[in-house]
Design a protein around this ligand. Structure first.
Ligand SMILES: NC(=O)C1=CN([C@@H]2O[C@H](COP(=O)(O)OP(=O)(O)OC[C@H]3O[C@@H](n4cnc5c(N)ncnc54)[C@H](OP(=O)(O)O)[C@@H]3O)[C@@H](O)[C@H]2O)C=CC1
Ligand SMILES: O=C1O[C@H](COP(=O)(O)O)[C@@H](O)[C@H](O)[C@H]1O
Length: 576
């Protein structure tokens, strides 16, 4: 069944030797060994505002990697020496025939290539059980590749060049022999160069461990690093997540595991820390003294179409809240990290997660969408999906109030709301500030002071924006107040297309930059918050409140907010 992990014990007697096989230079050691290949002394490297990897001349004799924190941590500029001294990257997408691979991963790798962000020597391999030739894989991938809409030059040419670097190997996920065959093909393409290998596990979680075992034993790099990007879900509660981590660590060091949460790669989520830590006007307000509540909102205007089988085993709390929204919350609420280094940031995130009160049943409401007809069109209910049991109680919507028991956030409700099949597709962070004490203009606002509170909104998607609702005087002789937005709309300010989150994250994984990936103790802390609630919901068979497909979700979400003296900021004015 989806989500059931293969127990580590099934993973063969060769486990101990395999973990030895898998040891190779850490990225730091590798970096040191690469230093001899550096063309430029560090002090002459480009400043951080240049593209993160770029060729320094047209023949691409050298290039420079820059990770998302802007540090040129492991520059691997190469000299033009013998072929053997060159570095090559092999990216293997395991589960290449699947939805995520087609929709996101191959297009992201291509986008990096299109932007000249990949090194001269790289190869992309698809691996899955489906029988396919290299040509068929290329055909499949080519359907989802797109060039940047704002600079389409050489688009077709670039696609053809990219597709020539893509190959396929069909194999079972638990077959060491099939991974040995993959290794032979990888070596052939690597042609004796120093090789770094990245495996992207775009597969259901029940086969993560098998793949890691086989890849580690048979297909890890013997000359460079081997890293594995693991897609969520990382377990379905504390216990299964702990077991998954334990199993993965039989074959990989924590350093090699890149647990991806693609929301951390989204532009506006990246911007959250920049906004807070690089503007004097925000950080002093970032506490219970000025902030009344924080809202983290995710909605999709489509149901679980095609993914009902997976979704029914997880539900919206595990699918969105425990990871994407909680990660944003941690970034929002953490203390100032010592530096932008991955471990400093992740240390602060863990601290804040561990300061949180585990969720209580009374602080959560759950919902499930039902069929609905609108304008002559009918939309299916969740349980109409043939892969979902008719009596499923799995929530497709949830709202929750979370609290952080520390000096900065004591008593401030952090409200989360996530749902599928709602009226809109949107993700945003809303920060509602306190009322102005002794407000001189109180009477100009009428009785509803909430209407006058400042609100900072980071709209993660669509139409990325950061805006602040302020009060101002309407021009004229009288004294009429109005609420307006100081609005940074990204597409107006920056006409360039914003890269997809997967691009940033793939690049960071290649660079060894872990800042945007989840460390195992973060994961433990995240599950510790949600596991007791999830258990209770399931044991008590809590019936979700039904809401029509395309609606705003269950009214229970409003009662929950009201209980904490909060109004959802996204309700009312559509554009607000
Ligand atoms: N799709 C999405 O939008 C998102 C997905 N994810 C996660 O990414 C991973 C991949 O997702 P997605 O591409 O949707 O998954 P798919 O269900 O499409 O599976 C990917 C591939 O895995 C193989 N596979 C599927 N089911 C099984 C099975 N029961 N046993 C063995 N192999 C199987 C299939 O390849 P073949 O039969 O050829 O071997 C399939 O093409 C999952 O962990 C998912 O949770 C995370 C965020 C978003
Ligand atoms: O992780 C997931 O995310 C997607 C939403 O991602 P987005 O980048 O399109 O907002 C969601 O549809 C899916 O259920 C979930 O598994």
């Amino acid at each position: 069944m989806a989500g059931h992990l293969s127990p580590c014990s099934s993973s063969s007697s060769s486990s101990s030797s395999s973990s030895l096989n898998f040891s190779h230079p850490s990225s730091f050691e590798l970096r040191k060994s690469l230093d001899k290949f550096l063309v430029l002394p560090r002090k002459t490297q480009e400043p951080s505002w240049v593209p993160r990897i770029r060729s320094r001349n047209s023949s691409r004799k050298s290039f420079q990697l820059k990770s998302s924190n802007g540090h040129s941590l492991s520059s691997v500029s190469l000299h033009d020496g013998s072929e053997k001294s060159e570095l090559t990257y092999s990216i293997t997408v395991v589960g290449a025939s699947g939805d995520l691979a087609k929709k996101k991963i191959f297009p992201a790798i291509f986008a990096l290539f299109y932007e000249d962000c990949l090194p001269k020597n790289f190869t992309v391999f698809g691996y899955a059980r489906t029988k396919m030739t290299d040509e068929e894989l290329r055909m499949m991938i080519s359907k989802t590749l797109t060039c940047r809409i704002d600079k389409r030059e050489n688009c077709e040419d670039k696609m053809n060049q990219f597709l020539k670097r893509c190959f396929y190997h069909s194999g079972q996920y638990n077959s060491e022999e099939n991974f040995r065959e993959l290794d032979i093909k990888l070596r052939e393409k690597e042609a004796g160069r120093l090789a770094n290998r990245l495996f992207y596990l775009s597969i259901p979680p029940n086969i993560f461990v098998d793949v890691v075992r086989c890849a580690s034993i048979m297909a890890s790099s013997t000359s460079g690093w081997t890293r594995v990007i693991v897609e969520k879900p990382f377990g379905r509660d504390s216990e299964s997540s702990g077991e998954l981590t334990r199993c993965l660590k039989q074959y990989l060091n924590e350093d090699q595991i890149f647990r991806i949460d693609h929301y951390l790669g989204k532009e506006l989520v990246e911007n959250l820390s920049v906004l807070r830590f690089s503007n004097l006007v925000f950080e002093p307000l970032w506490s219970r003294n000025y902030i009344r509540n924080v809202q983290l909102i995710f909605s999709e205007d489509f149901g679980t179409e095609g993914r009902g089988g997976y979704f029914d085993h997880y539900g919206i709390i595990r699918d969105i809240m425990q990871n994407h929204l909680l990660q944003i919350l941690a970034l929002f609420a953490m203390e100032t990290p010592v530096s932008l280094d991955a471990e400093d940031i992740r240390n602060e995130k863990v601290k804040v997660l561990r300061s949180m009160r585990p969720l209580q049943l009374e602080d959560v409401i759950v919902g499930q969408y039902k069929g609905h007809s609108k304008g002559g069109k009918s939309f299916p209910g969740y349980t109409d999906d043939p892969t979902v049991p008719k009596d499923s109680l799995t929530p497709t919507f949830a709202a929750a109030a979370l609290f952080i028991n520390n000096a900065r956030w004591d008593g401030v409700p952090f409200l989360m709301k996530a749902g599928k099949a709602l009226h809109t597709k949107r993700a945003e962070i809303r920060v509602q500030f306190r009322h102005v004490p002794g407000n001189l203009y109180k009477r100009n606002f009428g009785t509803d002071l909430d209407k006058a509170t400042n609100e900072l909104v980071l709209r993660v998607q669509p139409d990325e924006a950061i805006y602040l609702k302020i009060n101002n005087k309407v021009p004229g002789l009288g004294m009429r107040l109005d609420r307006s937005d100081l609005n940074l709309l990204f597409k107006a300010r920056y006409p360039r297309e914003i890269p997809d989150a997967y691009e940033r994250l793939l690049l960071d994984a290649m660079e060894g930059e872990r800042r945007l990936f989840i460390r195992s103790d973060e994961l433990d802390a995240a599950w510790a918050l949600f596991s007791p609630l999830l258990k209770e919901l399931e044991e008590k068979k809590i019936v979700p409140e039904l809401y029509p497909y395309g609606s705003r979700g269950p009214v229970g979400a409003h009662y929950l907010a009201a209980k904490h003296n909060v109004r959802w900021g996204d309700v009312g004015n559509e554009d607000s």
